[in-house]
Design a protein around this ligand. Structure first.
Ligand SMILES: Nc1ncnc2c1ncn2[C@@H]1O[C@H](COP(=O)(O)OP(=O)(O)OP(=O)(O)O)[C@@H](O)[C@H]1O
Length: 597
């Protein structure tokens, strides 16, 4: 069973942590497959048995022909028939065992990779997540791992098939007609190369087709994300026209690819079989004139082997792109697994309680690559239970201060102290248990109201606690009227909730955690009348008795704050209560709505 995760047992030491240091992807794969090496060896052995008809059948056919042509004892026919029968008897069970062994190995590997990626994403800093789009990370977890899985499966199936056929075939030829071995070793690769060259043209067309599909995919994504704007402006036809144009290109590229595919496949088949016939005639001539000791059975065997060995060599060469794709995906996953941008908490002090005293000591913060600091010389001591409103023009540094408080970013100058302890030395995950953040956009995930409100709480929440939180958040009234109450599904495919209702659920989510420190990023757009007052009332309850930092837009929040900090250019320009700042007649006064600048 999975161990419950406490900060101290937070996933460390995923299988790739210690090992993956950007080495060649083949080594990464070898490392990942190590725990399954016995299983893999078993799979290879079983595969050779399962695949034996392909390289043994020509030999047995040759034996049977020789029994007939040379009038050898009939018992030899029965012996050969018995070998043939036993091959078929073991074929089915060995196929089942092979699938089982291989599938266990490959599925375990993809689960390990996906789990390592998800864990690493939870450890990477918020800075990393704001730089790397979620779509890219999503593609790594889903598509790249899928590509690795597919590439391993194909390499195993096709590669093992080709290698066992080639080895088996060459051994049989080496024993039965050794004089032909050097000829095979030269002619078979040459024939395979010829067929590969013929197919080479397909690659270019494949590439064109794939690119057109990628453009289509981005056009569709663009269309769906713009759908509100498109519909609001009556631009449906323009949007459809854009997609239609691309659909046409995909159709043309697909059609050309299919035509070429048909021509190339037929040409390759003809070349392969023509070469096979040449081999048959050549071997027949050798036997007929007695240039080498070759029986009639050998003639048939050699010509069959020529075709199967050439096909195997071609298949092996054709694996290269699949393997390259798989290795590229391993590398792409490695980029995330070795990204150094981690939030470092390991070994830092864990805290069991917070009273809520927060102090900024000459805090400065400069974003990486920025010339100017976004916050400078910030000095601020906040008592437990105090409400501090941050106001200021756009770009003043308000969000940066909130992110510093959450610990998403660390001060580049000075220190932030929590209850007198420098947060630089704290395991922030333990501190954040006493922290709630209510963002501007209330984010609900696909689940019930109960799950959304109780998200992340360690224990099951009882009905009373849930109801009290919803009541205090002014959400009970609408939740209790929903057909399934707290068990109603919300989120992407759930009940439709208004903006105000979503905000009140977000407030309930914060309330139920009973935080000591609350971080509030108020929505810039106010709701209408009743909904707005319900949200304000709920916020009032949420804020009371806690240390609150709020990026404030509502006049009521600002008026009720114990202190207002007016930021500009990353510095505190003014601070005080609403009345004091109005009396001051400075920047705060200018920021008031309706003020003529
Ligand atoms: N990730 C980042 N990298 C570089 N600079 C950034 C980054 N985020 C913000 N900044 C810069 O830092 C400054 C402060 O930004 P911040 O988002 O904190 O302002 P704000 O007061 O919250 O603005 P708004 O009210 O518009 O949200 C701005 O000049 C902004 O351009």
């Amino acid at each position: 069973m999975e161990k419950a995760l406490s900060p101290s047992s937070f996933p460390q030491g995923t299988p790739l942590d210690h090992r993956y240091q950007g080495e060649h992807p083949v080594r990464t794969l070898a490392y990942l497959l190590r725990p399954d090496r016995a299983r893999l060896a078993g799979a290879v052995a079983v595969f050779a048995v399962r695949h034996s008809p392909l390289w043994l059948l020509p030999l047995i056919t040759a034996n049977i022909i020789d029994v007939v042509v040379q009038q050898r004892p009939i018992s030899e026919l029965w012996w050969n028939a018995a070998v043939l029968a036993s091959m078929f008897i073991v074929n089915y069970p060995s196929a089942v065992v092979y699938s089982r062994l291989m599938s266990t190995t490959i599925r375990r590997l993809s689960t390990t990779l996906r789990s390592a990626l998800c864990r690493r994403m939870q450890e990477l800093s918020i800075g990393y997540h704001s730089r790397v789009s979620s779509g890219v990370l999503h593609a790594k977890v889903v598509r790249d791992v899928d590509t690795i899985e597919e590439s391993l499966k194909q390499t195993a199936e096709v590669g093992l098939g080709a290698v066992t056929t080639m080895l088996g075939g060459l051994i049989v030829i080496g024993i039965r007609a050794p004089a032909f071995l050097p000829i095979f070793l030269v002619v078979v690769p040459a024939a395979a190369l010829l067929i590969r060259l013929l197919r080479g043209r397909l690659r270019g067309r494949n590439e064109t087709f794939r690119k057109e599909i990628e453009v289509l995919s981005s056009r569709v994504t663009e269309m769906t994300s713009l759908i509100h704007i498109t519909r609001a402006h009556g631009l449906e036809n323009t949007a459809i026209h854009r997609v239609d144009g691309q659909l046409d290109r995909v159709r043309t590229a697909g059609f050309r690819l299919d035509l070429l595919n048909g021509r190339v496949s037929s040409l390759a088949w003809n070349v392969l079989n023509a070469l096979g016939v040449c081999c048959l005639i050549g071997a027949a001539l050798v036997a007929y004139y007695g240039w080498l000791p070759v029986t009639a059975g050998d003639v048939v065997m050699l010509s069959t082997f020529f075709t199967t060995l050439t096909a195997s060599t071609t298949a092996l060469m054709g694996l290269a792109p699949t393997m390259t794709r798989g290795l590229e995906s391993v590398r792409s996953i490695g980029e995330v697994l070795q990204a150094p941008d981690l939030e470092s908490n390991d070994g830092k002090r864990e805290i069991a309680g917070v009273t809520g005293a927060v102090e900024f000591r000459r805090v400065g913060f400069t974003y990486e690559g920025s010339a100017e600091p976004s916050v400078s010389d910030l000095d601020l001591a906040v008592r437990p239970g105090e409400t501090v409103a941050l106001v200021g023009p756009s770009g003043a540094g308000k969000s940066t201060v909130l992110n510093l408080l959450i610990g998403f970013i660390r001060p580049t100058e000075g220190a932030i102290l929590l209850d007198g302890i420098d947060t630089a030395g704290l395991d922030l995950r333990t501190y954040r248990r006493f922290l709630s953040v209510v963002p501007q956009e209330s984010i609900l995930f696909a689940g019930t109201i109960r799950e959304n409100v109780a998200y992340g709480l360690p224990d099951e929440v009882d009905e009373d606690t849930l109801r009290t939180a919803l009541q205090a958040a002014n959400a009970w009234e609408f939740v209790s009227r929903l057909p399934e109450g707290v068990d109603t599904l919300v989120g992407q495919h759930g009940a439709r909730l208004s903006g105000g209702q979503r905000q009140r659920l977000a407030i309930a989510r914060a309330l139920i955690r009973d935080p000591r420190v609350l971080i509030l990023d108020e929505a810039t757009s106010a709701l209408d009348g009743r909904s707005e007052s319900l949200v304000q009332e709920a916020l009032g309850r949420l804020m009371s008795g806690r240390t609150v930092f709020v990026v404030a837009h509502r006049l009521s929040t600002i008026r009720n704050a114990d202190r207002i900090m007016v930021l500009e250019g990353g510095r505190i320009r003014e601070s005080g209560t609403h009345d004091e700042l109005v009396a001051l007649g400075g920047l705060y006064q200018q920021l008031q709505p309706g003020h003529a600048a």
